[in-house]
Unconditional design. Sequence first.
Length: 221
Amino acid sequence: MSDGTVIEPRNRKEFSKEQPPKPDKYPRTDRRQTRLRQVLQRRQPDLTVVLEDIHDVHNASAVLRTADATGVLTVHLVYSFEMPPERAFSRVAGAGASKWIEIVWHETIEACYEALHREGYKIVVTALHAESVSLYDIDYTGKVALVFGNEQRGVSEAAIAGADAVITIPMMGVVESLNISVACSVTLYEAMRQRMAAGTYNESRLAPDAFEALYEDWLTR
């Protein structure tokens, strides 16, 4: 039974000082810091991927996983007709590669190409086309953007028209094409093979300031 005494609430600042500190969500262990630096040192800022209207979340996630595995720093997204599978590109929802790939959104394929050409990229589209050359006939050691299209329609006519080269993956079977995520994997690993031979993974290709800024950002992811 209360005796009528009023108990004043404790000072919030005083109370907060007495609480044990919350553990960091991403502790800066030596192992974590070393691992992130090693990965960043192998990132290839001059090799990028463009996805045009990819709607399947599993395909999008698989592309990001391969991009991360081959050292791609940035993936560009263009959605003119389809709704993007945002869960695949979300750092919050994604538990894997989506956390480690920089995502750039564009309203149109033309706007995407304009931005890439302005930065000096050669744009290479994957498509069955009269002017297509083999995947293996392209040099991927320079500034290259690889474009992959919708699961059913492939890349748009505008994507082909604005590209610098069109490639196909040699096929020896009855079917004429691969799933988009598989096609992306095959192409990126050919690019990685060429780049490994050229030594582009041997030292960081990021400017020191950009490297440190990304490193500090990665430590919070």
